[in-house]
Design a protein around this ligand. Structure first.
Ligand code: AHG
Ligand code: MN
Ligand code: MN
Length: 332
């Protein structure tokens, strides 16, 4: 089987991985692999633009704000456009929804072949781009319910219903992390051959690691239990790492262990991160790697989304570390 550890020494592409996974589902039409191939094409195109952003004078504000009232960076708009162009032509996509767009875009109805919805955060952590920070694209794939008329209601599905999710991290290398519900695989872009090559399969997150990742400058405005956690961590030889780009923080935690938290704050009483574009895809990755993800005391994947751009407080990472944070947050 191509999934064994020794196979990593062979050249094995993202495309072959998805085709092999599809072969496990007799009757699969191949539509799903077309969608992953569109996301991978978009990833390569965005990686190229990110690397040239300074040279092309594409950094800085676009001069507009998105639906969340946040300043859009020029690169947010470019990445969103690339994803829409790559995914727009795929015949099985019913709805596309982006963090940058107010409304989801209906591409085609169920009766016209629309089987899937794709939701994405085109450029996560984009405010770190000016200083050459690592940014990413986060995506999730949902099944389309042809009986639901409203596009917003169609995509407001619990995270447990995601068919696949992942992210592309534009760091020193371009990493593609994906789960289709059978473990987590990591691919890296070989720019010379233009393919994402498998470097790690069935990733398991360490169950503990004394590192927390939080914007500690806001700690005075965290609920009491989170402040208690930080005091406990300080007293217990924890270290801290925070990049301010969820993809980059999650990637480090996935590979090395630790815990990420973005609690409610006074300026973001419901938390800052978006349930559909950020929390759910990352929660599926974490759980598939043996970690945990919670919004308050509810598992992220069990939260019923009420609206498209809903925000949630988030704690995710190594199983034991997440439990310690939740224990303090609940005042235990
Ligand atoms: P985006 O760039 O897509 O708006 O997301 C930014 C997010 C996330 O990447 C990061 O974890 C978090 O915002 C950082 O927020 P603070 O700057 O408030 O710490
Ligand atoms: Mn983001
Ligand atoms: Mn973004």
């Amino acid at each position: 089987m191509p999934h064994g550890p020794s196979s990593v020494h062979n050249l094995y592409s993202l495309q072959s991985h998805i085709l092999a996974e599809e072969a496990l589902h007799p009757g699969a039409s191949g539509d799903f692999s077309w969608i992953v191939s569109a996301i991978s094409l978009a990833g390569k195109a965005i990686a190229h633009r990110v690397r040239r952003a300074r040279l092309e004078n594409a950094l800085g504000d676009e001069g507009s704000t998105n639906v969340q009232g946040e300043a859009q960076q020029r690169m947010d708009v470019i990445a969103n456009d690339i994803l829409m162009r790559c995914l727009g032509s795929r015949a099985s996509i019913a709805v596309l929804a982006s963090e940058e767009d107010e409304e989801p875009t209906i591409m085609r109805r169920g009766k016209d072949g629309g089987k899937y919805c794709v939701l994405f955060d085109p450029l996560d952590g984009s405010s770190t781009l000016d200083s050459n920070g690592a940014v990413g694209t986060i995506f999730t794939i949902l099944r389309n319910d042809p009986l639901i008329e409203s596009a917003e209601r169609t995509v407001c599905q619990q995270g447990s219903k995601q068919i696949a999710s992942g992210y592309i991290l534009y760091g020193p290398s371009t990493a593609f992390v994906i789960t289709t519900g059978t473990g987590v695989a990591l691919f890296e872009l070989d720019p010379f051959i233009g393919s994402f090559i498998l470097v790690k399969n069935n990733i398991r997150i360490p169950s503990s690691k004394r590192i927390y990742s939080v914007n500690e400058a806001y700690s005075e405005s965290f609920p009491h239990g989170y402040q208690e956690y930080l005091r406990w961590a300080h007293a217990n030889n924890y270290s801290s790492r925070y990049i301010g780009s969820l993809c980059a923080d999650v990637h480090r935690i996935l590979l090395n262990g630790g815990v990420f938290l973005y609690p409610p704050t006074i300026s973001h009483p419901d938390g800052k991160l978006r349930l559909l574009y950020e929390a759910n895809p990352m929660a599926m990755i974490m759980e598939q790697a043996g970690g945990l993800s919670y919004c308050g005391n509810t598992a992220t994947l069990d939260v019923q989304p009420m609206k498209l751009h809903q925000r949630v407080p988030l704690v995710l990472g190594s199983r034991d570390e997440v439990r310690i944070v939740l224990g303090h947050a609940a005042g235990l």
